[in-house]
Ligand binder design. Structure first.
Ligand code: NAP
Length: 487
């Protein structure tokens, strides 16, 4: 049994699904693949809208179940359910606008090559059944009917969900509503399936399954890396779209601290502790230039973090990983703990702010690992060059936030260039927690933030992950008359 799946009174072990049952679920998804791939916009958007309505209609029961299993609280869970329904409808709108059917038509040019060429029509085809691994920390938005499922269905791919063992009853309830919505929308049976297991064997079996054409994963670095190896080791390797952990550095420059230090310290402290820090975009590193104003900001931030209340973490395994991660940081010879709250096993975790010596941070990769929970490392740099070295050492991150780059100058340019080199999203105001679902959104980034840095798992462009281009050369008229709808 995996560490993540250890049973407890609040997290009973999910049912271990026999491999024969997984075979049957994948075969049903395969059988649905052709009809779903060639479905028109009306059929796909009808299903996506039915799924959104099913979530909203089941809100009371679903939020209560989610709260029992995750402790995230009703306000946050209601907001997450709203976001998940919004996301399903946003993909329905994109489908109605013809986005998955977009094609490029190069008319024939008479004459000798290279200028002369036949007619070429570049269309896209759905990849086929997608194995979708839910995350524990977003029981709606990155789970059974979350962004990966919505974008894969919009692209024309059936989805086989691997339920997260931290919320098995919620997953079953949402899946039940999804099946009813599939029937109501008249979509092919098998367009959404779900597997569950008490051991990691279930997920590994699913990724290895010859009927699976791609994997969408949201979760830890270790889990994503292990499953990506499985996807690559298959006789026929398949695309693995993993969104993994991240430390989300905040670069707070003197001009921002001088202008609005107190407000920024309060906002950052609340962001680090929000949801007991269980966000992939939670700020995990604060990078500042040495100085009195910086010291005052750090004291204020620590006060703010000490005043924040937290709740129980998602599972006992996540709590124990947090305690272990904090312990590793604060016991390091180069560390000074700044927050004063005392943690103990019988209390909710306390927010942790720890200052690290820059040389030690640069020299020891283990000090740069994500600590999933309300924990942040502070680094004081002697120069902008040292700040850049720290960002380079951190490497791929979902986000980098830069406060104080309003004026264009050489240092701002260097910092922003380095931030963009390592991050999928660069913010110049606010905090990285909270990821808007829009067309321009990019939620990913260079390894280890994601396994495919040119793709996003949030926002409308997420659909493109599941579409494969094919160039049709001199296609017959009946084929182009389909205007990008696959055969
Ligand atoms: P997780 O422990 O990696 O679990 C994700 C799923 O993968 C679970 O179903 C898990 O099953 C399975 N799994 C993990 N390791 C496996 C392995 N070696 N073989 C087969 N299956 C495996 O992640 P989580 O607890 O859900 O989420 C917390 C982490 O996700 C944090 O690091 C957070 O930053 C990250 N996250 C990232 C994003 C993003 O968008 N990038 C969003 C949310 C969360 P078992 O539990 O049975 O192992």
């Amino acid at each position: 049994m995996s560490a993540q799946a250890m049973p407890s009174p609040t997290h009973p072990s999910p049912r271990e699904m026999p491999f024969e049952e997984i075979d049957r679920i994948v075969h049903v998804a395969q059988a649905a693949a052709e009809a779903w791939a060639s479905s028109d916009a009306g059929s796909r958007s009808r299903l996506l809208r039915e799924l959104a309505a099913a979530l909203e209609n089941g809100r009371e029961q679903l939020v209560a179940l989610a709260n029992e299993e995750t402790f995230l609280g009703a306000p946050r869970l209601n907001g997450e359910l709203d976001r998940t329904a919004f996301q399903l409808r946003a993909f329905a709108d994109a489908v109605d606008a013809g986005e998955p059917y977009a094609f490029i038509d190069d008319p024939a040019v008479p004459g000798a090559p290279p200028a002369g060429h036949p007619r070429l029509v570049r269309v896209t085809l759905p990849l086929g059944p997608v194995a979708m691994f839910s995350a524990s920390n977003f029981p709606f938005a990155f789970s059974v009917l979350g962004g990966d499922t919505a974008s894969a269905l919009a692209a024309g791919c059936p989805v086989v969900v691997k339920a997260h063992p931290a919320h098995p009853r919620l997953s079953a309830a949402v899946f039940g509503l999804a099946l009813a919505a599939v029937r109501e929308a008249g979509a092919p049976q098998g367009v959404i399936g779900m597997v569950e297991g008490a051991s990691r064997d279930v997920g590994v079996y699913l990724v290895r399954h010859p009927g699976i054409a791609a994997v969408a994963f949201t979760g830890s670095f270790a889990g994503g890396a292990a499953l990506q190896r499985e996807a690559n080791a298959r006789p026929v390797p398949i695309p693995f779209f993993g969104e993994l952990g991240s430390t989300n550095p905040i670069v707070a420059l003197p001009s921002a601290i001088g202008a609005q230090g107190l407000a920024l310290a309060k906002m950052l402290g609340a962001s680090i502790a929000q949801g007991t820090g269980q966000f992939c975009t939670s700020p995990g590193v604060l990078l500042m230039l040495e100085g009195d104003a910086t010291d005052a900001f750090i004291r204020e931030l620590a006060r703010e973090m000490d005043s924040q209340s937290t709740h129980a973490m998602l599972s006992p395994a996540i709590r124990s990983a947090f305690d272990h991660g904090v312990d590793k940081l604060v016991r390091h010879a180069a560390a000074t703990r700044i927050t004063t709250g005392e943690s103990s096993a019988d209390k909710h975790p306390v927010p942790n702010l720890v200052a690290l010596d820059m040389d030690a941070f640069l020299a020891h990769p283990e000090l740069r690992e994500e600590v999933f929970g309300p924990s942040c490392v502070v680094l004081k740099a002697g120069s902008v060059d040292e700040m850049l070295a720290a960002l380079r050492a951190i490497g791929g991150s979902l986000t980098v936030t830069v406060w104080g780059a309003e004026q264009e100058d050489a240092d701002s340019r260097r910092i922003v260039r380095q931030a963009a080199a390592i991050a999928g999203r660069v913010l110049f105001a606010g905090v990285p927690t909270g990821v808007a679902v829009t067309r321009a959104q990019h939620h990913g980034g260079p390894w280890p933030a994601s396994t495919q840095p040119h793709t996003t798992s949030v926002g409308l462009m997420a659909m493109q992950r599941f579409l494969r281009p094919v160039a049709l050369q001199d296609p017959p008229e009946w084929m182009t008359a389909r205007a990008g709808v696959p055969l």
